[in-house]
Design a protein around this ligand. Structure first.
Ligand code: FES
Length: 105
């Protein structure tokens, strides 16, 4: 099911930066890497820490609590890929970033 939600202007998301956004009951991260924009739930699957203050290195985001490493392209925990941060599809229309909150990738 698709449910595209406008989150923020694309011009406000700099390459290599992490943006924390409130969407209903969810906290969502938007991360721009190159020309791609990734959307992930702002919650670590380990013990639930918020990820927005985590360290980003290329496609790898490190949880600030216990240093677990995740691939922002698919949300997978590097050590055990079956553990994932939920990720969502993104697109840019009319200068705005939209996220499909209708279902996880
Ligand atoms: S809460 Fe993220 S690694 Fe523990």
């Amino acid at each position: 099911m698709e449910n595209w939600v406008t989150v923020m202007p694309a011009s406000k998301l700099a390459a290599g930066s992490i943006s924390k956004n409130k969407l209903g009951d969810n906290s969502l991260l938007l991360i721009k890497s190159g020309e791609a924009i990734y959307a992930l739930l702002n919650q670590c699957p380990h013990l639930g820490c918020a990820m927005h203050t985590g360290e980003l290195s290329g496609y790898i985001l490190k949880c600030p609590c216990h240093d677990w490493l995740f691939d922002i392209r698919n949300g997978q925990f590097i050590t055990a890929p079956e553990i994932k941060i939920p990720t969502f599809a993104t697109k840019v229309e009319n200068g705005e970033i939209l996220v499909n909150m209708g279902g996880e990738n």
